[in-house]
Every structure is written in C-alpha cells, then in structure tokens.
Design a protein around this ligand. Structure first.
Ligand code: ADP
Ligand code: MG
Length: 353
C-alpha cells in the first residue's frame, strides 16, 4: 500500500509504500513429473503445466506463480518440477496488490528451494519480470519492492531510479494512531487509457524540458519549467509530479523525526494535487477523503493508480469507528455503494536476509 508518492514511479521519482499485515504464503515442494502444479486455498482447481509448455500466456489465474518459475529458468537457474500451494489473506483485485503478494512469496520460496543464490535486487527483478513479461501486467515495481523489502513498523522509502530503499519508522500503533483504508469499490471503465495518457504526457513534458525524467526537476525550477510548456494539461501533470516527489521527501523527513501526525497535511495536499492537477480521482474517492478529514483524520488521500480504489487515512485509533460511520452515511446520502473499511498495520515483506 502506498502512503504517498503517486504516479511518481514512472517518472524515476520517489514513493513511500509499506507492506500491510496481510500476506500470501507459498508452500513449495519438488516433484519428479517435470511439471508445475499450482493450487490455492482461494481457488477450486489445480493448474498443471508441463515445464516444456511453460511460456507466457500459460497458467490462467496461476500465471503469477508460474511466471516466477519461467523467469528463474530464463535467468539460467536450474529448475525442476514443483508443486506450489498458495494461501493468501490479501483480497484480490481490491487495489492491495494481491498479485505482488503472490509473485513475491513464490519468488522467495523458489529461490530457497532451487538454491538460486539471488540477492534482494535479483528477487525484485524476478518478481517484476514474472508480472511484466509472463502475465503481461505493466507494473512499475513499487508493489514488488514493498512486498519484498518492507519491515514491520516501517514504511519503505524507495528511489525508483536507483531502486535504493531505506526503512523509515512508521509505527502508528505505538503513537496511538491507526491507518484506515477504505475501499470505495468503485472503478472507472477507462482507467488504462487514462493511465497511458498521463504516462506519455509526462514523457513528452520531460522531452520538452530537456530532462531524462520529471524527477530531475527541483521545486525551485518548477515555475520556469511550467512557463516553457505548451499547454495546461502538461503543466498540471508536471506540477503534480514535481510537488508529489517533494511531498514524499517531506514525509520521509517527518517520519525520520518521529512526527507521524505532521504527515497529515501532506497527505491532504497530495490528494488535492491528484484531484485538481493530475485528475485521477473520482467522486466516490473525493467524498471519502473529504469526509475523513472533516471527521478529524490528520490526513487522507487516495492511494493507488486512481479512477477508483482505496483511500488511506491517518487518524487516532479511537476515532476509527466514528470516521467509518461518517463515510458510510455520506456514501448512502450520495447514493454510492457501501465502502469496505480495513485497519492495516505496517507489516513485513517476504525477503528475510
Ligand atoms: P491486485 O490489485 O489484487 O494485484 P491483480 O489483477 O493485479 O489485482 O491480481 C489479481 C490476480 O492475482 C488474480 O486474478 C490471481 O491471478 C492472482 N491471485 C491473487 N491472489 C490469489 C490467490 N489467493 N490465489 C490465487 N491467485 C491469486
Ligand atoms: Mg496487481
């Protein structure tokens, strides 16, 4: 789950995700059948693929797990037949990266089983490639980084250019705080096209401005850069990305200092930037964020790629029930579907060393 830093990843920028205390367990065992057999406690059927047929496109729902095995083989790891059993508490398709939970747990497990000798960077590359090249899902790597490297009570400050990470203290419970996530259940039909438009818009703006990526613009250079852009759309995109990178850095500085509550206004500013400049929110999401802040949350913002999904809020532990009730009431009045609340804690990822 991303605390802050939205749509900065493909601009080589900064993100600050954490792993939630949900997870996927992958049990792996060699077999002598030269096949991969995949089961899941959340699925009825067993997916069986002969190793000879293991190629992108295979695997149905099990493609995420099968893709890890394929990627390891592509990298020259000597694999064999294997049974993989999955059991996950991460809700699927709710914007909580259940797919990253699957690929990262399977990557960590198979790495051990086949004694592949991979370091943290390799594990990231394998999990990403399984999703990108085997499944064909264009993810930017943040989900996998958090699912592998996050540790309990911390957020993971990631530089998406270098892929360097730093553990930043984010022990909300120790401060009497809670992280509330509200799944709006809403989804925008054209999300893929909207995402692609922003991504190419950012690339076009970077070219016009003569930088490798928007990450290379500092806040001090922003006004000058905006003046050189040809249209309002690109100006809005650039303003969001440059200010969002800065907000990630501000948040990291506050968390390093143990000032968790101070992060609230930064989350609120991030939401406003996504709503007004990047324009990736929808009415359900805006209403939840606003209602949470009006109801006393320190801050609230949409988390994830946008056009639906979840809102994340930071609030006092004893304010959670009232906040959830306030959003339910506001949603009912607006005629929106009932939102799903979850209280999450910063948990640990799959990487152990
Ligand atoms: P999300 O936002 O949850 O990552 P995705 O569409 O990227 O949504 O990933 C969901 C897919 O991940 C499922 O369709 C399935 O293929 C796989 N998956 C997730 N959880 C499980 C599970 N418990 N068992 C089997 N497959 C799972
Ligand atoms: Mg996913």
């Amino acid at each position: 789950m991303n605390l802050i830093g939205e749509h900065t990843d493909y601009n080589d920028g900064f993100v600050l995700p954490f792993a939630i205390d949900f997870g996927c367990t992958a049990e792996v065992r060699r077999n002598d059948d030269a096949t991969v057999r995949i089961t899941s406690a959340q699925r009825q059927d067993t997916v069986t693929i002969p190793l000879a047929d293991l190629a992108p496109g295979a695997g149905d729902w099990a493609a995420y797990a099968a893709g890890v095995l394929w990627t390891l083989r592509e990298r020259g790891v000597e694999i064999g037949g294997v049974d993989i059993g999955l059991d996950s508490t991460v809700p699927s398709g709710a914007g909580l990266s259940s797919s990253a939970a699957v690929v990262c747990s399977v990557t960590a497990a198979l790495e051990e089983l086949f004694d592949a000798g991979l370091d943290a960077g390799d594990l990231l590359a394998v999990s990403r490639r399984a999703e990108n090249d085997f499944v064909g899902a264009p993810t930017g790597g943040m989900d996998q980084l958090a699912s592998l490297r996050a540790t309990e009570g911390h957020a993971l400050f990631c530089d998406m250019r270098t892929l360097d990470v730093e553990q930043v203290p984010f022990d909300v419970a120790a401060d009497g705080l809670a992280v509330l996530v509200l799944d709006s259940g809403a989804e925008h039909r054209h999300a893929d096209g909207e995402y692609a438009a922003r991504r190419s818009g950012c690339e076009r703006a970077a070219r016009i401005l003569g930088v490798d990526a928007l990450r290379d613009l500092t806040p001090g250079e922003l006004d000058g850069a905006l003046a050189r852009l040809p249209d309002d759309e690109l100006r809005r995109y650039v303003r969001h990305v440059v200010t969002e990178d800065e907000r990630v850095l501000q948040t990291v500085a506050m968390l390093r200092d143990g000032r968790i509550r101070d992060v609230g206004p930064v989350l609120i500013a991030s939401h406003a930037s996504m709503r007004d400049d990047y324009r990736i929110t929808i009415p359900e999401i805006d209403l939840a964020a606003q209602t949470l802040v009006d109801g006393g949350a320190y801050g609230a913002r949409m988390t994830g790629g946008g056009f639906g999904g979840c809102v994340i809020a930071l609030l006092d532990e004893n304010a959670v029930d009232g906040a959830v009730e306030a959003v339910r009431t506001a949603y009912a009045a607006a005629g929106f579907n009932e939102p799903t609340p979850m209280v999450v804690r910063p948990g640990r990822g799959a990487y152990r060393r």
